[in-house]
Design a protein around this ligand. Structure first.
Ligand code: PLP
Length: 415
């Protein structure tokens, strides 16, 4: 392109989303060969065993029964108070940390990331995440005029690589005073990995060590978008309790979403939850993020907020939602188990999967392997160093045999 109308910081912006690209290719194959013949492992949403986008039935019922006023009226910019309270309580369950806690409504988990980047790092700063990461983190950083750097997520034993993590954190803190570290756990996208409670002890000990220099401000942005599909409710939330009692220059922010947990992806509803030992820091958190909402999207969709508070306030409805979601979780687990046991049988290497929507297979030439898989009408997402399989979207029948086919495709490309 030679002529541009764009401002200097906007020139050349163009998001080529590999996920939507791979999904479109799967759609073309469905038109050509029929739905039964195509495995679409690209979609980051739970599809039932009939390959239909699933909505938790009690969520759907509650949504459809909303009074029109809760759908069409403006919501408070910071979010409806009963919604915020419900979201905070559901997020922490029995593991609420001893700290000041506030929440601000955001346009999905994406909105929480957007606001954190804008309000807690300087323009030009570098943000840290793991080398396996959800692509939009980089888009969000670039659009907000920040850079993204990575540490190596796994060590040789395929455990959390605290050494690489620590080196990067310390290195960046020599160059800048504010450091946002995005940690997507539990049930990380794209690997399905979760930090253990002892990993969290190590991470927080490192932050505390760095925070002894009081000119430094450390902002762990914990992306918990998949927390409702990460295992037993309280077990996978136990680490949250550890966020209490930290120095005031460590501000954990939880990025939360109703997209997966309530199957309301398109309703664009989430929250950012700030956790601090300082009342001042948390008041500032509420003020500055609400301000940025006003300046970005004003208020978010009222209806999904009302769905959340209605369900939370009726213990029977809540129990029903949790029961129905647990069935989805069990189904995802079953699919993942089929894939993992077949992978082991054929000797296909995969990254450590604990829970969640995705499994990742490391590969040297992911694009070529994904193209090769098209011969078997299998569509997956090529990442920089591997192939992402959406176990949330592939039925048990179709996932059977898939590991062997991927193994063969990798052999064909790499041998
Ligand atoms: N974080 C991760 C890792 C995700 O995969 C997603 C959705 O795919 C999100 C956050 C946020 O999603 P949303 O903006 O729909 O809430």
């Amino acid at each position: 392109m030679t002529y541009s109308m764009a401002a200097s910081h906007a020139k050349g912006k163009c998001a080529t989303d590999k996920i939507f690209g791979a999904n479109a290719a799967a759609g073309r194959a469905v038109t050509k060969y029929g739905k039964d013949k195509v495995v679409n492992a690209t979609i980051g949403a739970f599809m039932d065993e009939q390959e239909v986008l699933a909505c938790i039935p009690t969520v759907e019922k509650t949504f459809r029964n909303l009074p029109i006023d809760s759908i069409i009226s403006y919501a408070p910019i910071a979010g409806a108070p009963d919604f915020l309270e419900a979201f905070i309580n559901l997020t922490f369950a029995d593991h609420r940390p001893d700290a000041y806690i506030e929440a601000v409504a955001t346009a999905g988990g994406s909105g929480a990331i957007h606001h954190t980047l804008w309000n807690y790092s300087e323009i030009g700063d570098t943000v840290l995440t793991s080398d396996w990461y959800w692509g939009p983190y980089k888009v969000l950083c670039q659009d907000g005029l920040r850079k993204l750097d990575t540490y190596t997520l796994f060590d040789e034993q395929q455990k959390f690589n605290i050494a690489s993590f620590g080196t990067k954190v310390k290195e960046l803190l020599t160059k800048q005073n504010n450091l946002i570290i995005i940690i997507n756990t539990p049930a990380h996208n794209p690997t399905g990995f979760s930090l253990t409670n002892s990993d969290w002890d190590n991470v927080l000990a490192l932050f505390q060590e760095c925070a002894t220099d009081t000119t430094k401000r450390i902002i762990p942005l914990i992306d918990v978008a998949y927390i409702d599909y990460a295992g037993e409710k309280n077990a996978c939330r136990a680490f949250l309790k550890k966020l209490g009692g930290l120095p005031e220059n460590i501000l954990p922010i939880l990025g939360c979403s109703m997209s997966k947990g309530f199957t309301l992806y398109g309703q664009r509803t989430g929250v950012m939850i700030g956790v601090s030992s300082s009342k001042e820091v948390i008041e500032e958190f509420k003020n500055i993020n609400q301000f940025t909402s006003r300046a970005t999207w004003s208020n978010i969709t009222h209806s999904a907020m009302k769905v959340m508070s209605t369900i939370y306030e009726d213990k029977e409805l809540l129990a029903q939602v949790e029961q129905e979601r647990a069935e989805y979780y069990t189904l995802i687990r079953k699919r993942a188990n089929i894939f993992m046991s077949e992978a082991q049988e054929v000797g296909l290497q995969m990254l450590p999967y604990i829970a969640g929507f995705f499994i990742t297979i490391p590969a040297n030439n992911p694009d070529a392997v994904c193209d090769k898989l098209h011969d078997d009408n299998i569509f997956a997402v090529p990442l920089a160093k591997g192939i992402r399989i959406a176990v949330c979207a592939v039925t048990s029948a179709k996932i059977t045999g898939m590991a062997g086919k991927i193994f063969k495709a990798i052999k064909a490309i790499e041998d």
